[in-house]
Design a protein. Structure first.
Length: 646
């Protein structure tokens, strides 16, 4: 709980102020920026990672951002700022506090506009056209530190005082900080408590007391000197990738997966060539005319729901930052209404809404409220996602790859790839070399061309969408409705219906039978809607790819035989994961996006590029490991009885 005490923001729970109102900004600069020798520490670095315990009002982040902006000739290309916060402030409090720092108003306004309304999990937010990356980690500090995938250059320790909030300064927290640090990591904190000093030293830091800020006599600065050895409980998912000096990549596939990963690489100043076998982008499953953007919720908190929500919120952020001239023709924020089509679904929705999500994220609505929202009469209750909607898929792909650093080559199929001298070479069916690059990312959906390199457990799903000519009554629909399928508001006089779902089948042709199936699902759930509508025609067909756990494969291609041979060695306590040789160096896969590919692709691409460049992952470790292409092979190995030692 919060209040104001002597005009200072005060935590009733911890009986402590957030900052001194008189000199808060100078304190941030003295303790954290000067204490960590910034900006000298980040001079001439391509990427630099700051991590913070206690986001609070965001003051330290804003001060670091301001310093980065003023360091034009010596700043890193990308500044990652990771901040952990158990009790996030609401937006109105943040706005009120930021008024006290007029010097930082420009930065504070941008933070306020992008601050998450959903205060759980990880949130990745980009500023400065992809140069400043804020990863907000809402949750218990010990759990977050255990779930972070990062190598931190600088730490800001800024929780409430050790006497008021001992959990923030516990031995387990200091061990977590040590585990995420490297041999050059520095650290600064306003406190000079002896218990903090001892615990940091035990975690491998060399600690010094120096002059504190203002009237405070001492503060602590530290540098990592003796990194402790921590057992890696999942070394098979850990790999440090080579630094690719020429920054060249080939992406195979110009669907939404390929476009998103190409855009993420180009943002980091890579040169990317996309090779697509079709004559145009979005020739496969990504070619549906319009695609719904919405999360997949579950009755109880689950890893799948956390993954879906994080991807959904990140995709909304990307769509909101589209250039003004293209946003309206690509993105329609219509809202999405998921109907409770039976009692089981109604109970699931009730369980979801009992978890008190913010109204900006989702709302439980009655049939009357649902009718008012969507513009047509409904008999069912449901869940409404007000920020959701639909995109023009192909225009979205074109927008993503509209960069001078991205070259698209259509009507060309890769038949063979070969690695030589740290580069991959790609050949067509005539065995002519068509491209070469430091890395290759296979993002071509349901295509078995390279299955010999990495046999992944995937399942094809054939699907078809249909057009339904709108009537004067149906044209009143103004939001997406999800039932057994979905229907979109009329665009150019036609509703898009979807989608058939033929698990284990590959889509071959558009058929009238599939159109009738889409229509029948609509009629079963919205019988009055189908009255007086017009002609039913085919829209698009394609083959989606899904996986056993419904999560995509995002990560390195691997050699299953080499993994089996290396696995017993990986179980040893002193195993160095940098020795991992079971992956194909510089070869990655991005597939299995399933039915919500457009919703999930953006953050998965960000995760893949972060992995390739050894940057912090946007996902917590438990989700990142479930996306790794080797996850099923590892699960099978872990189920086998241990080999007896000789």
């Amino acid at each position: 709980m919060l209040t104001y005490k002597d005009n200072n923001l005060y935590s009733i729970d911890y009986e402590d102020i957030y900052f001194s109102i008189d000199d808060a900004l100078s304190e941030s600069r003295h303790v954290f920026l000067k204490g960590n020798r910034l900006p000298d520490r980040w001079s001439q670095q391509r990427t630099f990672v700051i991590a913070e315990t206690g986001f609070g009002t965001g003051r330290n982040f804003l001060a670091a951002w301001h310093l980065w902006s003023c360091s034009k000739n010596t700043r890193p290309e990308i500044l990652h700022y990771i901040s952990i916060e158990k009790h996030p402030l609401d937006s109105s409090t943040l706005i009120d506090v930021h008024r006290r720092f007029p010097e930082l108003a420009e930065y504070a306004n941008k933070l306020q506009q992008n601050y998450p309304s959903y205060h759980q999990g990880f949130h990745r937010i980009w500023f400065e056209s992809g140069k400043i990356c804020l990863t907000l980690c809402f949750g218990d500090i010990t759990e977050v530190l255990n779930n972070l995938e990062a190598s931190v250059d600088v730490w800001f320790l800024d929780g409430f005082s050790p006497a008021r909030n001992p959990e923030m300064w516990s031995e387990s927290v200091m061990k977590g900080i040590g585990r995420l640090s490297n041999t050059d990591t520095t650290l600064a904190t306003y406190t000079a408590a002896g218990v903090v000093k001892r615990r940091l030293e035990h975690a491998g830091f060399e600690v010094r007391r120096v002059q504190g800020h203002g009237q405070k006599k001492d503060m602590i600065i530290a540098s990592m000197k003796r990194p402790a050895q921590y057992k890696n409980h999942a070394p098979w998912f850990t790999h440090k990738y080579k630094s690719h000096l020429d920054r060249t990549a080939v992406v195979i596939g110009a669907g939404i997966a390929g476009a998103q990963v190409a855009e993420r690489l180009a943002r980091r100043n890579w040169h990317v060539k996309i090779i697509e076998k079709a004559t145009a982008v979005g020739g496969g499953a990504s070619g549906t005319p319009l695609a719904v953007v919405s999360p997949r919720m579950t009755a109880q908190i689950s890893l799948g729901e956390r993954f879906s929500l994080q991807c959904y919120l990140y995709q909304l952020q990307q769509l909101e930052k589209l250039p003004c001239y293209s946003r309206d023709i690509i993105w329609t924020e219509s809202g999405v209404l998921a109907l409770a089509k039976d009692s089981r679904k109604a109970q699931q929705f009730l369980s979801i809404t009992e978890r008190l999500f913010p109204k900006e994220l989702l709302q439980c609505v009655t049939s009357t409220q649902a009718s008012n929202i969507c513009g047509i009469k409904l008999q069912q209750s449901g869940i409404y996602y007000p920020k959701a909607g639909f995109v023009n898929s192909k225009k979205m792909i074109h927008s993503l790859i509209d960069s001078p650093r991205i070259e698209l080559r259509n009507d060309e199929q890769v038949n063979r790839i070969h690695r030589c001298n740290d580069h991959w070479f790609l050949f067509n069916h005539r065995d002519e070399e068509i491209a070469s690059a430091s890395i290759v990312i296979i993002a071509n959906g349901y295509d078995s061309t390279f299955s010999n390199l990495c046999p992944l457990a995937t399942t094809p799903i054939a699907g078809q969408t249909s057009y339904l000519k709108a009537s004067s009554a149906s044209s009143k629909l103004n939001t997406v409705i999800q039932h057994d399928g979905y229907i979109l508001p009329a665009v150019n006089g036609q509703h898009l219906l979807g989608s058939t779902y033929r698990r284990g089948e590959e889509s071959k042709n558009l058929t009238e039978l599939n159109n009738l199936e889409n229509y029948q699902k609509l009629d079963n759930n919205l019988p009055h809607f189908t009255e007086n509508v017009g002609k039913l025609t085919s829209a698009h067909h394609g083959t989606r790819v899904t996986t056993i756990n419904r999560l995509p494969h995002v990560g390195p291609m691997f050699d299953e035989k080499a993994l089996r041979q290396a696995y017993p060695t990986m179980l040893r306590r002193n195993y160095d994961s940098e020795q991992n040789s079971y992956v194909h160096e510089g070869l990655f896969v991005f597939t299995g996006l399933g039915s919500r590919g457009l919703t999930n692709a953006a953050l998965c691409a960000e995760h893949l590029v972060s992995m390739i460049l050894n940057e912090p992952s946007p996902f917590p470790k438990d989700i990142a490991h479930r996306l790794h292409p080797a996850r099923d092979a590892i699960a099978n190995l872990r189920q086998q009885p241990p080999v007896a030692r000789k």
